[in-house]
Design a protein around this ligand. Structure first.
Ligand SMILES: NC(=O)c1ccc[n+]([C@@H]2O[C@H](COP(=O)([O-])OP(=O)(O)OC[C@H]3O[C@@H](n4cnc5c(N)ncnc54)[C@H](OP(=O)(O)O)[C@@H]3O)[C@@H](O)[C@H]2O)c1
Length: 186
């Protein structure tokens, strides 16, 4: 129980890959998701179990809660990042990569000054090309995600241009599962 990691927005594109990479590295990864029907796919990617979205979006009057997570990747922002900060273990870190649920961060300084936790920013858009190439090489080798070769593993599905509107609606309604590949020709 000591080394549990959490990934939020786990059924989405970034979340699915984060689950798969961390699990392939031998970590015990818990997938926070609002989609219980994604359990089989997330477990196939290596998730040890699911955490319900209600739990990770609940507001709390307490600035610190029972410390559980040895690390986390948060793709949702508000309101899950405050939950993650409240529940990180001593000295643990969360990588903040997204704002699928909102951009406003309401928290306190107590996780930082009483548990020494770290909030790490992630920004792939401005990463210099040499660092990207180094990372892509690692993603193809030692960081290769589990499930990459299996049908449906990372949740990749194809959509034509006529299906984009439905895909956008699903993304906005928190319904994204893995990644869509857009077919631009018939
Ligand atoms: N920092 C960077 O470099 C970087 C790079 C790529 C993407 N991003 C950002 O990371 C975030 C995730 O990207 P993605 O491509 O994984 O998105 P996505 O495929 O649309 O997945 C987002 C997931 O977040 C969860 N979610 C929870 N509350 C939500 C809400 N209110 N609205 C929408 N989704 C909600 C859902 O998963 P569950 O049902 O499983 O909770 C959803 O499937 C986005 O904000 C994106 O802009 C950042």
């Amino acid at each position: 129980m000591e080394r549990e990691l959490q990934v939020t927005g786990a059924s989405g594109g970034v979340g699915s890959v984060a689950v798969a990479i961390l699990a392939a590295r031998g970590h015990e990864v818990w997938a926070a998701t609002g989609k219980p029907d994604e359990e089989a796919r997330l477990r196939a990617l290596g998730a040890a179990g699911l955490v319900e979205r209600d739990e990770v979006t609940a507001e709390s009057p307490r600035p610190l809660e029972s410390a559980r997570w040895a690390g986390a990747v948060d793709t949702v922002g508000a309101p899950t990042l405050p939950y993650v900060l409240r529940t990180l273990r001593l000295g643990a870190a969360v990588a903040s990569s997204g704002n699928a649920g909102g951009a406003v961060l309401e928290t306190t300084v107590l996780p930082f000054i009483l548990r020494g936790v770290s909030l790490l920013g992630m920004d792939s858009a401005n990463l210099p090309i040499d660092q990207r190439r180094a990372l892509w090489t690692r993603i193809a080798t030692d960081l290769r995600p589990a499930g990459l070769d299996e049908d449906g593993g990372l949740g990749v599905s194809e959509v034509g241009l006529d299906g984009l509107e439905g895909a956008f609606d699903a993304i906005l309604a928190a319904g994204a599962r893995g990644r869509w590949v857009v077919r631009v020709t018939d």
